[in-house]
Ligand binder design. Structure first.
Ligand SMILES: Cc1cc2nc3c(=O)[nH]c(=O)nc-3n(C[C@H](O)[C@H](O)[C@H](O)COP(=O)(O)OP(=O)(O)OC[C@H]3O[C@@H](n4cnc5c(N)ncnc54)[C@H](O)[C@@H]3O)c2cc1C
Length: 473
């Protein structure tokens, strides 16, 4: 039995009395109790991580309903798993046996677009792409853009502190949050901020809760910072003879003070998979490709890409190509976003999410090559090289008998390599239920003890997404 099973079974489970209480006190809330319905909430996008069957799934539409659900859970000692769109890659929204999953799909209203204060107030179930499109109608821009932006929710983005393709310039989700409305583990509703750009009154609960994967509080509303829409992007593709030279170009751009909106990398294996899927005519002989985008206005854009091109050529790029127009730039970005699906056509994919300081990208890429050779496996690497966040994807033949053991061995080597370079075991996907074993190694026992103290203070009953993020005490 795993620790996760133990946590779930040690707690109360959904019972008939619990279901009766929810139906009596919240008659308008949709509650799924049928086994087939609950089964669809068992997993997020990590098919390979053990997951439990929720005892029930609730789909509230209002904050007060969430608060009342949490109170009923506290009374019946039923653990809660908050869930957005289920596109997560760390098992954070995976079901727990017998627990209540609160799915935010029906809390999908954009409540206000405040053009004077450049912010948007939204419920958590809104899909990232929908929010982007809504604010764009007002000439505004919501930067966070995970590659999954057309399927993931704002609540999930806040839960994981999602990153994406333009973090290198605009930061992660956390950098675009002004305020949250949250339901605490006792059902109290708390607002953590307002619409102020500057606000340092007390501890920043907003920053504590963003990225906590539903273990400290449940997010029911968010006030997100917007910017004026930047000009359409133009794109530079640069192809390199070695992975290391591509890494050198990333480091070279940082040294030269170039801060493009996007600096994405694909290795040879991924280039071929993406090219097979999209027929783009990419240079399949190259060991690596960088996609660099500029969203500066007018001539500044061409100037930024020209400087990036110089850095790429100096690092050894064999070919550089510019997008001809906005449509071509959009197509190239979409192709990069689909890299994970392109690799999935080749086998069963386990996506990793290591991060290293930007100057260490070449060394991390070398380490990935070494690890693939050591285990005799295919690893396709792509990712947000501009901020040092790489996704080495282990691709195994479907149904491989030793998949679990190989995955664990490869993961351990990747995590250790990242940590040896001063990096992290996860840049944006979160610890969830996938990486707890490495928390103390990365953060140290004292830091983990402090995290547990915060968890106990905010969630003394241990109701909120138990068994996730923190390793066993
Ligand atoms: C093809 C593909 C590409 C991806 N690319 C990226 C990428 O570029 N960058 C990136 O960061 N991620 C990426 N992801 C991972 C994933 O899309 C993100 O982690 C995303 O933020 C998850 O959102 P979701 O709505 O699906 O959340 P879920 O998977 O449902 O939940 C994620 C976590 O947030 C918690 N949570 C959800 N809602 C709430 C809430 N209301 N209150 C509190 N906690 C909550 C859950 O408990 C869980 O721990 C990718 C995934 C795929 C499949």
């Amino acid at each position: 039995m795993t620790r996760l099973d133990f946590v779930a079974m040690a707690r109360g489970s959904v019972t008939l009395a619990f279901i009766d209480a929810v139906r009596a006190r919240l008659p308008a809330v949709r509650l799924l109790t049928d086994a087939a319905d609950r089964e669809t909430y068992r997993r997020d996008e990590t098919a390979y991580i053990p997951a439990g069957l929720p005892g029930a799934v609730a789909l509230p539409t209002r904050t007060e309903e969430v608060a009342e659900l949490v109170r009923i859970c506290a009374e019946h000692d039923v653990p809660i798993v908050p869930r957005g769109a289920g596109s997560g890659l760390s098992g954070g929204a995976n079901g727990l046996d017998g627990a209540l999953t609160i799915a935010f799909t029906a809390m999908d209203k954009i409540l206000e677009i405040d053009t004077a204060n450049l912010c948007v107030v939204t419920q958590p179930g809104v899909i990232n792409a929908t929010l982007k499109a809504a604010v764009a109608e007002h000439g505004l821009f919501y930067p966070p853009d995970p590659a999954s932006f057309e399927m993931c929710s704002i609540g999930g983005n806040l839960g994981t502190n999602a990153g994406g393709l333009c973090c290198v310039k605009y930061g992660q989700t956390r950098d675009s949050v002004l305020s949250l409305e949250v339901v605490m583990a006792d059902g109290t509703i708390v607002r953590t901020g307002g619409r102020n750009i500057k606000d340092v009154a007390g501890y920043s609960l907003t920053h504590l809760i963003v990225g906590s994967q539903g273990t400290l509080a449940i997010i029911t509303e968010a006030t997100l910072r917007l910017r004026p829409t930047p000009p359409p992007r133009s794109t530079l593709l640069a192809f390199f003879p070695t992975l290391e030279s591509a890494g050198d170009a990333v480091a070279g751009m940082a040294v030269a003070g170039i801060a493009p909106v996007t600096c994405e990398l694909m290795d040879k294996f991924t280039i071929a998979a993406v090219d097979d899927m999209h027929g783009l005519g990419l240079d399949r002989e190259a060991a690596a490709m960088l996609m660099v985008e500029s969203d500066l206005p007018g001539d500044a854009s061409a100037d930024e890409l020209a400087r990036a091109e110089v850095a790429c050529t100096a690092a050894g790029a064999t070919t550089t190509v510019r997008s001809r127009d906005v449509a071509e730039a959009d197509l190239l970005r979409q192709a990069r976003r689909a890299a994970h699906w392109a690799l999935e056509r080749l086998g069963e994919v386990k996506m990793e999410d290591v991060g290293v300081p930007r100057s260490k990208v070449p060394e991390m890429l070398r380490a990935v090559e070494r690890i693939a050779a050591k285990h005799g496996v295919d690893i396709g690497t792509f990712g947000h090289a501009g901020d040092g966040n790489l996704h080495p994807d282990l691709v195994l033949p479907r149904g491989h008998p030793d998949a679990q053991a190989i995955t664990e061995a490869v993961q351990a080597d990747l995590y250790q390599a990242a940590l040896d370079l001063g990096g992290t075991i996860t840049g944006e996907h979160g610890v969830g239920s996938a990486r707890q074993a490495w928390m103390a190694t990365q953060r140290g026992a004292d830091a983990v003890r402090i995290m547990w103290a915060i968890k106990h203070a905010l969630d003394p009953q241990g109701l909120l997404n138990p068994g996730r993020v923190l390793p066993p005490e």
